[in-house]
Write a protein that binds this ligand. Structure first.
Ligand code: FMN
Length: 390
């Protein structure tokens, strides 16, 4: 067993390793939700309230957790979701995540605001990669990113629609994690007492590239002041269904809408030509009073499951969580923090460890459930809170 395999037995172990390696401000940036962290906690509570109903005395010796997604086989029912700060937690963390995904045989989604150019991540990460799009205040300046992603050969475009207004993350403001970063005595000390991150991540950018990490998928003039850059990076709150139709016209491959919770919105996405929706609350970041995606999933599946591929995320930390999502009708599950903790803790091997843990848990839970393949999982394999006696 490698060192990581003995130290990290579950995703929470990787989270604790990430907590030790990262400055507190950066750790909170990836770990917390928004406002009072209610949605963050509720995502977990909602998953924990759902129970699995096992079947017994089936020969489960030949378990196969693979799925087909958009006509392609994948070894696990997982996708690594887009997480903007991957390049801040590890030097070229996006490529590390892409490689881990390719090795595990699952897709990787590159965030718009990555610190490594999309073409580099595609070439050096390999595997099946999707590109996630944020639309910035200047809508037309966002379009070249779509053209670049199309020309580079990303297999899917993920349009994120739940983040058109800024998140209310008071802890980030207090921690100085703003744009530009606010250096305070507290976060200066915080950085100094985390030398593995200071030298291993930030120091490496400065040595190798001559500057701190930057957004490289957006064309921001070199002469822009901090205030201009901040204004540029503000997302576009005019986004509407016409924009989705416009993107459909220019994107020739799989188009996925991320951040849908209402069944009627899923139907609208299908009407606009989307291929899939991701039922998501951005890992509890978008709206602290919002519904948990796992609770929203059954209605979305009922309304649009026949027309769309349905993916779910937010709060998935165990293989058993993944099986609950699939039993409620999802075709696949996105993980955000699970692999982000892994890459924060130990780079590509850390992300690989997160996927190994989830793969082993999925495999084991399939056995407990009497399942040899994931195509046989149905609504009968879960019991919702309302069906349980008090
Ligand atoms: C630190 C962090 C950064 C994120 N950045 C992005 C992003 O750039 N684009 C996006 O569409 N979603 C982003 N997300 C949301 C994830 O893609 C995903 O929806 C979420 O992490 C799933 O919840 P989980 O972290 O509980 O697995 C981010 C999430 C986190 C935690």
């Amino acid at each position: 067993m490698t060192d990581l395999a003995t130290k990290a037995l579950n995703i929470e172990d990787l989270r604790q390793m990430a907590r030790r390696r990262l400055p507190k401000a950066i750790f909170q940036f990836i770990d917390r939700g928004s406002e009072d962290d209610i949605a963050l906690r509720h995502n977990r509570a909602a998953l924990e309230r759902i129970k699995l109903m096992p079947r017994v005395l089936h020969d489960v010796s030949g378990r196969d957790p693979s799925i087909d997604l958009f006509g392609k086989p994948h070894k696990l029912p997982l996708v690594i979701g887009p997480t903007g700060p991957a390049g801040y937690v590890w030097y070229r963390g996006e490529t590390a995540l892409a490689r881990a995904a390719a090795k595990a045989g699952i897709p990787f989604t590159l965030a718009s605001n990555s610190n490594t150019a999309m073409e580099d991540v595609l070439a050096n990460g390999g595997g099946n990669q999707w590109f996630q799009l944020y639309v910035w205040r200047d809508m037309e300046a966002s379009m070249p990113a779509v053209e670049r992603a199309r020309d580079a050969g990303f297999e899917a475009l993920v349009l994120t629609v739940d983040s058109t207004v800024p998140y209310n993350r008071e802890f980030d403001i207090r921690n100085g994690v703003t744009f530009p970063v606010r250096i305070t005595p507290r976060n200066a000390v915080d950085t100094l007492i985390h030398p593995r991150w200071m030298f291993g991540t930030m120091g490496r950018y400065v040595l190798a590239e001559g500057h701190m990490p930057r957004y490289v998928n957006i064309k921001i003039p070199d002469t822009a002041t901090s205030a201009e850059v901040r204004s540029f990076l503000t997302k576009n709150d005019t986004l509407n269904w016409d924009f989705l139709r416009r993107i459909r016209d220019m994107w020739p491959r799989t188009l996925i809408v991320k951040g849908v919770l209402h069944p009627d919105d899923a139907v609208m996405a299908a009407d606009c030509g989307a291929d899939a929706v991701i039922v998501s609350n951005h890992g509890g970041i978008a709206n602290d009073a919002g519904i948990a995606p796992i609770d929203a999933l059954p209605a979305v599946v009922a309304a649009a499951g026949g027309r769309l591929t349905i993916i779910v995320d937010s709060g998935f930390r165990r293989g058993s969580d993944v099986l609950k999502g699939l039993a409620l009708g999802a075709d696949a599950v996105i993980i955000g923090r699970a692999t982000l903790y892994g890459v924060s803790a130990a780079g590509e091997p850390g992300a690989t460890r997160a996927l190994e843990i989830l793969a082993a848990e999925i495999h084991r839970t399939m056995g407990v459930m009497g399942l040899t393949d994931l195509q046989s999982i149905t609504r009968d394999h879960v019991v919702l809170p309302g069906q349980l006696s008090a």
